[in-house]
Design a protein around this ligand. Structure first.
Ligand SMILES: C[S@@+](CC[C@H](N)C(=O)[O-])C[C@H]1O[C@@H](n2cnc3c(N)ncnc32)[C@H](O)[C@@H]1O
Length: 205
């Protein structure tokens, strides 16, 4: 099961929080917090309720840009509202489009891209990410990354499509050239079957 509590809004003031070895989502945030600076461009490949988009907008600042994607209107509307409430809508480009089309919309190198796979928390569990389109999007994100940029992916193997996606993703990322990319796979060994996992890829050259 996806942990909805993990998708709660992260406020910019949480930057000063003490590090906790807590969850795949927390680790993903920690990497993004370190990687993204004011003025950067970044991608949220799975907008959902907009929490990652908001977080990235808070990191890139007034002069940065965040490109965000989701196939559901409901997600785009929720994200738009969240960004407006937080005064950050002008930093984002929200696309109601599959992330597999990322290269059509993002025409500049990005410092970070984040994928939070699975379904929309509180939404239709039948509408989930699928490996075939995730693969295309992950490849586009890797192409768009600047040298030193990071791709962060949270996978949820607790449901059949999520397990398939995690397995294929692991194979795909394991095959990346270690001269171009450093690939990390974080998994909580004592969290039981199906616990969320985090993948972090940094482009080295
Ligand atoms: C776990 S949610 C993302 C949560 C979000 N990161 C947040 O912070 O609220 C996964 C999202 O991926 C979306 N999704 C599924 N297939 C997609 C695709 N091909 N392209 C973009 N988004 C997709 C779903 O509609 C869902 O909203």
């Amino acid at each position: 099961m996806q942990d909805m509590a993990e998708n709660r809004q992260i406020r910019p003031e949480e930057d000063g929080e003490r590090f906790q070895l807590k969850s795949a989502r927390f680790l993903a945030r920690d990497v993004l917090r370190r990687a993204v600076r004011p003025g950067d461009a970044a991608v949220d490949a799975t907008m959902g309720n907009g929490h990652d988009t908001l977080f990235l907008c808070s990191r890139v600042g007034e002069n940065g840009r965040v490109y965000a994607f989701d196939i559901q209107e409901q997600a785009v509307r929720a994200t738009e509202q969240l960004l407006r409430e937080n005064g950050m809508l002008d930093r984002a480009r929200l696309h109601c489009a599959g992330h597999e089309r990322m290269a059509e919309f993002v025409r500049e190198p990005v410092q970070a891209a984040v994928f939070n796979l699975g379904w929309l928390p509180g939404g239709d569990h039948g509408i989930t990410t699928h490996w075939e389109t995730t693969e295309q999007a992950v490849q586009s994100a890797l192409d768009l990354l600047s040298v030193g940029g990071v791709l962060v992916i949270c996978a949820y193997p607790g449901h059949p499509e999520g397990e398939r996606e995690r397995e294929r993703l692991t194979g795909f990322l394991s095959a990346l050239s270690n001269r171009r990319f450093n690939v990390l796979h974080q998994r909580f060994l004592n969290a039981g079957e199906g616990a969320p996992e985090c993948f972090v890829i940094q482009k080295e050259r």
